[in-house]
Write a protein that binds this ligand. Structure first.
Ligand SMILES: Cc1cc2nc3c(=O)[nH]c(=O)nc-3n(C[C@H](O)[C@H](O)[C@H](O)COP(=O)(O)OP(=O)(O)OC[C@H]3O[C@@H](n4cnc5c(N)ncnc54)[C@H](O)[C@@H]3O)c2cc1C
Length: 445
């Protein structure tokens, strides 16, 4: 599997990783094929995931700029075509109490409002583009997987209510059973906003809208070299060189340090993996995920799960550290074990699909939407830490504002700061192994 810390770029036209989403998405929409010869453009966007596609769409629609998107493989080949499908009020992985402590209540509220705006941007694109992406009814449960987590969840509900003025509520364990009928559910924090859908269909829908608005999306076009000077950037792809005045880097967890020294080491690619079971029988459904809402638990190495429209269970969580180890069957078994601990009625159930991808974690565990230092007119967003479906779409919209000339499109300063580079880069993965061991120990308490 492509490993951003090992390989120079993600490939040239590699097919989508086999997944439930690929098998159920239908036919891929047209794109503009590989770059063919020299091109001179105002804005080039590297990466055709939600960030890049949303940026291209908003540049065309709201700023009259017809950008060119360069994608190594296929539209939404990265996280955007293979994620866990939850569009929530989320972005990054900083607990709410910590966010309030770090930045104060009013900045935390402004950030919450921006995340909410992200969810509404996704809803708006689905409605405007009539994207048929199997969107499910709203509702998100954060389930206490241990009795000792209940008090913390109740305090979190209090912060949502009092500081953010948001109507989250605590659901007692007996009532959680109505949607989550199994073990490891000692109560839950419920958020009324947030829904699941078909992530690849969503990406293709945004792609269609971006092209209809005038953007070009060139697949099979990895940027293999980048030369800057005289107010422009020369992006070398196998099919030709693209010269651009402004560049948007939307490669997120799939960013190789070889792309450009200025963007290297700003995110840590962390592997997340998903299994999908065969469809449940009516009795298995009654004994497991009765509801179809988005669910995740309170562990440090958390699991996320939902029942799909055809009654399969999708269950995901952290897995391998390196690309070389990603195919190790032990990771799939670990997810199966974790699912069956929650839902003993599913013991031994067959798994029909299994895949993974690279989420991007920044040094402060929060997203960034910034100007890249040391390069003229280069902008980047990422670091959503596995919670980026709606926030990447919003970040793409904000990046479009920046590429169109706006210095800082929100009042949330931390969002626009350049992410620090991870220290001791050669040892990153050793640190990650130690952190995982510590989290596993804590999660077992
Ligand atoms: C298994 C998994 C489950 C997840 N579940 C959820 C979830 O339920 N909810 C949620 O909110 N978030 C989830 N996420 C995270 C979410 O999917 C991402 O935050 C979001 O899709 C990021 O979009 P993006 O456009 O920034 O990056 P990506 O979609 O990863 O796109 C980056 C693109 O850049 C391209 N690229 C890289 N280098 C080059 C180059 N040199 N030249 C050209 N192209 C290049 C790649 O090929 C790739 O297509 C999950 C992620 C994974 C992997």
């Amino acid at each position: 599997m492509y490993d951003p810390l090992v390989n120079a770029h993600p490939g040239v036209g590699a097919p989508h990783s086999p997944s439930y989403w690929v098998d159920t998405a239908g036919t891929a929409p047209e794109d503009d094929g590989p770059v063919n010869g020299a091109m001179d453009v105002e804005v080039a966007i590297i990466g055709a995931g939600y960030t890049g596609l949303s940026c291209a769409l908003h540049l065309a629609r709201e700023h009259g700029i017809r950008a060119v998107v360069l994608e190594a493989n296929q539209v939404a080949w990265g996280c955007s075509g293979r994620n866990g499908s939850f569009a929530r009020i989320s972005g990054g992985r900083v607990p709410l109490a910590e966010l309030i402590k770090r930045y104060g209540p009013s900045t935390a509220k402004a950030y919450f409002d921006e995340m909410t705006a992200g969810l509404n941007t996704v809803r708006g694109l689905i409605a405007d583009g009539q994207i048929d992406c199997d969107a499910q009814p709203d509702g998100v449960f954060k389930v206490a997987s241990h009795a000792t987590h209940v008090e913390g969840l109740k305090r979190e509900v209090g912060l949502y209510n009092d500081v953010l003025k948001y109507g989250a509520k605590f659901v007692e364990a007996d009532n959680v059973k109505a949607v989550h009928n199994g073990a490891e559910a000692f109560g839950a924090l419920y958020m009324p906003d947030g829904f699941s859908m078909h992530p690849l269909k969503l990406a293709w829908g945004i792609h269609r809208q971006a092209r209809a608005a005038g953007a070009k999306v060139h697949t099979r076009s990895p940027v293999t070299e980048w030369h800057s000077g005289n107010g422009s950037h020369r992006l070398v792809t196998p099919g030709g060189v693209v010269t651009a005045r402004r560049v948007v880097v939307a490669t997120n967890g799939y960013t190789s340090p070889a792309l450009n020294k200025a963007t290297a080491g700003r995110v840590l690619p962390v592997h997340s993996q998903i299994i999908v079971t065969r469809p449940l029988t009516a009795e298995e459904k009654r004994q497991s995920l009765v509801g179809s809402e988005c669910m995740f638990d309170t562990r440090n190495l958390l699991s996320y799960y939902r029942r799909l429209p055809d009654d399969r269970i999708m269950f995901g969580g952290r897995s391998a550290i390196t690309g070389r180890d990603a195919e190790n069957p032990q990771h799939r078994q670990n997810l199966h074990d974790a699912m069956c601990r929650k839902f003993p009625a599913l013991a031994g159930i067959e798994v029909d699909y299994n895949w993974g991808g690279w989420v991007a974690v920044s040094e402060n565990s929060l997203p960034f939407i910034c100007k890249v230092p040391g390069l003229d007119n280069v902008f980047s967003a990422g670091g959503y830490a596995g919670s980026g479906v709606s926030f990447s779409v919003q970040a793409g919209k904000r990046l479009a504002q920046m590429a169109a000339g706006e210095a800082q499109p929100t009042a949330i300063d931390f969002l626009h700061q350049v992410p620090k580079r991870f220290p001791f880069q050669p040892f990153l993965r050793i640190g990650q192994r130690l952190a995982y061991a510590w989290y596993r120990f804590k999660d077992a308490q």
